[in-house]
Design a protein around this ligand. Structure first.
Ligand SMILES: NC(=O)C1=CN([C@@H]2O[C@H](COP(=O)(O)OP(=O)(O)OC[C@H]3O[C@@H](n4cnc5c(N)ncnc54)[C@H](O)[C@@H]3O)[C@@H](O)[C@H]2O)C=CC1
Ligand SMILES: O=C([O-])C1=[NH+]CCC1
Length: 318
């Protein structure tokens, strides 16, 4: 055969239900803690992840991001493409459309293509849960989730699985979305029509909206609360107001990512106190007694470790 036509083995394609079946929070959380810690070490050379490159698709009210990552000590090479379309909400399609590619790092050929929806939902919620483990008040009784879409579901799942709250509250832009959410999830939840009332007295607040304007205001927030701010991942999008950003201690997943993408940080000019990984490895403290914000943007290394868990499970099932 002509050497120029020689092909590597065909990649396997793993559908969303297959990926979901192989991805558990119990395995994901320790892997995420490990990789976040390694990423944030000052002597890190092993975990390579450029800031996501993004193409805005103004005509469709969306954007597409490319999220490559290489984890040298595991020889793990991965890329996710992720698109986010606000309009999909009205079309009853997931707003996030993601595909994960795993490569053979020795030759560059693709070994697996996976639907990336479940990976994106679960790893994002798992990282928020890690932030809460480190930063929420010791006696956290009330959890409030603002936004009732796909991320809200995975966040509800993991937060109610690993913590016990006296009360879980939700509020979305439309009351019927919050009511649909409450009917869908397994477990108690109180639906609110006002965000201000929903967050009153909450110890932990998760913002998972597709809003580009603040949905959470400092004057509503109980001092000492922890906020996991998951939406607003564009430099011109906001979820939190200036007062909250200025009063809180700010943690991020990646300082570089935050400086380029986090509207809440860029527009207020506040200083980042620490990366979550720095807290995990003990080089920066977890200031649990202060009001804390974890500004999450999502990282390619999170997708990479999740995809490896899925691929290894799939391989051993063959
Ligand atoms: N940090 C990370 O790693 C990731 C962040 N995201 C971001 O998370 C956000 C949520 O994603 P999905 O749940 O997939 O989107 P989705 O479209 O499924 O849900 C968004 C929800 O926000 C609600 N909402 C919009 N404006 C609101 C307001 N003012 N108050 C309360 N609720 C409001 C909508 O009604 C909807 O229920 C998006 O901004 C997305 O870009 C998504 C993936 C990963
Ligand atoms: O990390 C991720 O997959 C995303 N962050 C914002 C939109 C999608």
């Amino acid at each position: 055969m002509d050497w120029r036509r020689k092909m590597a083995a065909e990649p396997v394609f793993l559908r969303d239900d297959v990926v979901a079946g192989f991805l558990s929070y119990d395995e994901l959380i320790p892997r995420l803690e490990e990789i976040l810690g390694k990423f944030s070490r000052s002597d890190n050379t092993d975990v390579v992840q450029p800031v996501r490159s993004v193409i805005p698709l103004h005509q469709h009210n969306g954007f597409m991001g490319l999220m490559p990552a290489y984890i040298a000590y595991e020889d793990l090479l991965c890329t996710k493409t992720v698109a986010f379309y606000r309009r999909n909400e009205n079309l009853h399609l997931p707003s996030t459309q993601a595909t994960v590619f795993l490569f053979n790092p020795a030759c560059g050929n693709v070994i697996a293509v996976m639907d990336g929806a479940d990976i994106t939902f679960k790893r994002t919620a798992a990282v928020s849960a890690i932030s809460a483990k480190l930063l929420m008040p010791a006696q956290a009784e009330i959890l409030c989730i603002l936004g009732c879409g796909h991320q809200a579901v995975s966040h509800y799942e993991i937060f109610t699985k690993i913590f016990s709250f006296k009360e879980v509250r939700v509020c979305s832009r439309r009351l019927e979305t919050a009511e649909r959410f409450a009917a869908r999830v397994q477990g108690p939840v109180k639906v609110f029509s006002s965000a201000k009332e929903a967050v009153h007295g909450a110890d932990i607040i998760i913002t998972v909206t597709n809003s580009s304007q603040p949905v959470l205001f400092g004057e509503w927030v109980k001092p000492g609360a922890h906020i996991a701010a998951v939406g607003a991942c564009r430099p011109d999008w906001r979820e939190l107001d200036d007062a909250l950003m200025r009063d809180a201690v700010i943690y991020v997943d990646s300082r570089h990512g935050a400086a380029v993408e986090a509207g809440d940080i860029i527009q207020t000019g506040v200083e980042v106190f620490a990366e979550l990984g720095e807290v995990l490895v003990g080089t920066r403290p977890a200031l649990r007694n202060k009001t804390t914000v974890f500004k999450s943007l999502g990282m390619g290394i999170q997708d990479a470790v999740a995809a490896k868990l899925v691929f290894d499970k799939w391989k051993s099932s063959q």
